[in-house]
Design a protein around this ligand. Structure first.
Ligand SMILES: [Mg+2]
Length: 378
């Protein structure tokens, strides 16, 4: 195995992931090494595949995140080391995770995530499941209950269609009810996180923060396009604020850092590239801010983020989806290992897992848009 090698091809592959598709980059070298990354088209990023295919011929000069991540994998394999060694080395063997989209996936996508949740008892039950499975943190979203049945409230993604994204009394009341149920099930010792995404404006975010002032929250996650608006919110918030999961590149993060707009900076490493993400984390450290990876994709993204978390000093916690598709494990050579609410950092060369091409072929991609089709189809 030679340590210097040349990329001979860059391919994209995809497979069925229930309500969306999973997407992968495969780079092959002239001496037969293969590097992989996972990327996403469903979270507001349609057309990434076309961009990768157009950029692949100029791969040396361009560091698009998905290509960068596949190159890290192939380089680490050429050297026979785990990717975290390319990032400065491992400073922890395991990473604390939070159970993301807790209740959310079982309410929004009952066809794929079992058992379905149809009422507050189900929400309470998953809270208890988090504790019983020894996870120490969970994150949920906004739900409105009609005749006792929950429905996701995400006007920032077009459902319901309320482009004004105001927060009214009914949403506040239902959100409190939902949070109390999940806390009731989980007990007092599990950390509770809330993701508000882009579902309000400044006034609405502040109304939510006031409504849940007395609750014990690990963080409230808020996306807003305006760094000053987020700083204004943070300085009035009784809870820590996390943000920035949709930003691209250090230049987009800097206004949020200089504004001291959030307590925790969330970095999407599949989008940004893990190497570029290390730079963003280093800048965050200068501003006394810890980071957390945005991770709600397939298992390859989870291990890519694991390497990032292994190497980054100023880490807060890692996002991960514990509810999985029935066929998720067929798509990869290794699945993530969780022990006592922590992800064990894999020490195998490269990322330590890769897609199984046979598994991908068995689940061909469907015509689905992930979050982009929320307003059209559940
Ligand atoms: Mg989020």
């Amino acid at each position: 195995m030679s340590k210097s090698t040349t990329i001979s091809s860059v391919e994209t592959l995809a497979c069925d992931a229930g309500w969306r598709n999973y997407h992968f980059v495969k780079v092959t070298t002239t001496d037969g090494l293969v590097g992989w990354s996972e990327y996403d088209e469903g979270f507001g990023a349609p057309g990434v595949t076309a961009a990768i295919e157009r950029l692949s011929a100029r791969v040396v000069a361009l560091a698009l995140g998905a290509i960068e991540n596949a190159l890290l994998d192939v380089k680490a394999k050429a050297l026979g080391v785990p990717c975290y060694d390319l990032l400065g080395g491992k400073i922890r063997d395991r990473v604390r995770v939070y159970w993301s989209h807790c209740a959310t996936w079982r309410i929004n996508h009952p066809d794929w995530y079992k058992p379905p949740i149809n009422d507050l008892d189900g929400v309470k039950a998953i809270g208890a499941e988090v504790r019983e499975k020894k996870f120490s943190a969970m994150k949920t979203n906004i739900f409105v209950y009609t005749d006792g049945k929950p429905q996701g409230w995400r006007p920032g993604f077009g459902s319901p269609f309320q482009p004004e994204i105001n927060i009214d009394r009914n949403v506040l009341r239902n959100l409190c009810m939902h949070l109390e149920a999940i806390r009731d099930g989980a007990g007092p010792d599990v950390d509770l996180l809330l993701d508000l995404n882009f579902n309000a404006k400044t006034e609405g975010y502040l109304k939510i923060l006031r409504a849940i002032e007395k609750m014990d929250m690990f963080w409230v996650e808020i996306d807003t396009f305006n760094p000053q608006a987020l700083g204004y919110i943070r300085r009035q918030s009784p809870h820590p604020i996390s943000s920035c999961e949709t930003l691209l590149g250090l230049r987009e993060f800097l206004p949020y850092f200089t504004e001291q707009a959030m307590d925790v900076a969330i970095i999407d490493t599949p989008w940004n590239g893990v190497w570029q993400s290390m730079k963003i984390a280093a800048a965050a450290e200068h501003f006394e801010v810890n980071v957390a990876p945005h991770n709600f994709y397939g298992h390859l993204c989870t291990v890519m983020n694991a390497h990032f978390c292994a190497a980054v000093p100023n880490l807060r916690i890692m996002e991960t989806d514990i509810d999985r598709l029935a066929w998720d494990h067929e798509l990869f050579t290794h699945v993530p290992e969780f022990v006592d609410g922590h992800l064990v950092i894999p020490d195998r060369p490269g990322w330590g897992t890769e897609p199984s091409e046979e598994g991908l072929r068995a689940h061909p991609p469907q015509n689905k848009g992930g979050l982009l089709n929320y307003g059209l189809k559940k």
